[in-house]
Design a protein. Structure first.
Length: 403
């Protein structure tokens, strides 16, 4: 049964810090390598999720070790480190985990809905490489349906809080209202950088923000939209020197800001929203530097989180219903071969001379509606009774009785 071969292995914020997670972060090229190498490892279906608080690989595989090997070959981390800290889930436990992740129940900040977009992006890429078959397609679509209901029918994602918003809360606490003349430098204008930038404008009321992105066009477009400044990456050091607050939301494989760039500078607040770290942790040891990362930000308490916690039982009830829907589909899928055979036999009866000589009433046109009704009845009994039997004889008896 496919469910028995469905595994998820991964690392998340619960047992690893940013430094460890960064070793197993998966960029686009690495993801492509993993997808193209899956078949050689006996993995028929899979996708990988790599975010600021988790790296997970989901797949139909011979065993969990095949997934671990594939992931570790595609990242810079050591397999021993990974296996020592990873979690492995199989079968229904793995299904339940994916539902929890899709709902935001397993996010570093409870109810963080950004994970849904990240899941969609991961599955879409896997689909392009032919790594998403019937099992993962149905499972993921059911997870999305569950997540959508939770979003609309509960307040699990209510209020405004995410890692990017937590950065704003942190700055409010640090500045205590003294933010009118603070110069902010934001590096990286991808999704997280863009959200953080909008939060700076909307909730901190700041407009002294300079944007830098390796692709100038993206930074220019966002700066124009929000009425901010932008400059070329070539002037990074000058902007670092001038800024009071530096926020980094880039996707580099190694730090782009180190202790060297900040030694002798003025007092600064640095926020690293990147995985792996794009600000070297050693920079935070400088006496005039205050450095926080995504793990630090996730600890910020907020009344919104307390309200979200109260919505967890409602979300779990919705998940349970959709999980049962998936299991029902899976059970039907295992019976497809028998049901097709039953339908074939019933159709063949109309061309059997021996049968028609004994039951001439069946010599007319094939009653497709009656046959489908019998097949549906067999499917219902197979789901309810979960026991083997001679379904051919039972179906024929039902068909003849109904006719």
């Amino acid at each position: 049964m496919e469910l028995e071969h469905f595994f998820i292995v991964g690392l998340n914020y619960k047992k690893t810090d940013v430094a460890i997670r960064g070793q197993f972060a998966v960029g686009q090229q690495q993801y492509t390598d993993i997808l193209t190498g899956a078949a050689a490892s006996g993995i028929s279906e899979l996708f990988v999720v790599s975010t600021c608080n988790r790296t997970e690989i989901y797949g139909l595989a011979p065993d969990a070790d095949a997934l671990i090997d594939l992931l570790c070959r595609g990242t810079v981390g050591d397999k021993t480190v990974f296996t020592d800290r990873c979690y492995i889930k199989q079968g229904m436990e793995a299904v339940q985990h994916l539902f929890a992740v899709g709902a935001g129940l397993d996010s570093q900040i409870l109810g963080d809905y950004e994970i849904v977009g990240q899941l969609k992006q991961s599955v879409n890429l896997a689909r392009q490489y032919g790594r998403v078959g019937a099992f993962l397609e149905r499972l993921f679509n059911t997870v999305l349906q569950s997540s959508k209901r939770i979003k609309t029918e509960t307040a699990l994602s209510g209020g405004t809080i995410s890692v990017s918003f937590a950065a704003i809360q942190f700055l409010k606490e640090e500045l205590l209202g003294d933010d009118s003349d603070k110069k902010i430098l934001l590096l990286g204008t991808g999704k997280i950088g863009r959200n953080t930038c909008k939060n700076l404008v909307d909730y901190l009321g700041s407009n002294q923000i300079t944007l830098i992105n390796r692709t100038d066009e993206k930074a220019t477009a966002l700066a124009f939209e929000l009425g901010l400044l932008t400059t070329s990456y070539a002037y990074l050091q000058q902007e670092l020197d001038a800024a009071d607050i530096i926020i980094v939301a880039t996707n580099a494989e190694k730090p782009i800001i180190t202790e060297k760039e900040l030694t002798g500078s003025s007092k600064k607040i640095l926020i690293d929203l990147s995985i792996p770290n794009n600000i070297a942790p050693e920079a935070g040891l400088l006496p005039h530097i205050k450095l926080v990362n995504v793990d630090d930000l996730s600890k910020i308490n907020d009344a919104t989180l307390q309200k979200r916690q109260a919505e967890v039982p409602k979300a779990e009830a919705i998940i349970a219903a959709h999980q049962q829907e998936f299991i029902t589909w899976l059970q039907q899928r295992t019976h497809v071969g028998v049901l097709k055979a039953v339908k074939k036999k019933l159709n063949e009866m109309h061309s059997c001379d021996l049968f028609l000589s004994s039951y001439p009433a069946f010599s007319g046109p094939i009653d497709t509606a009656a046959i489908q009704k019998v097949v549906n009845n067999v499917a219902l009994k197979m789901r309810q009774q979960h026991q083997p039997g001679c379904y051919y004889i039972e179906a024929i008896n039902d068909f003849m009785t109904a006719s």
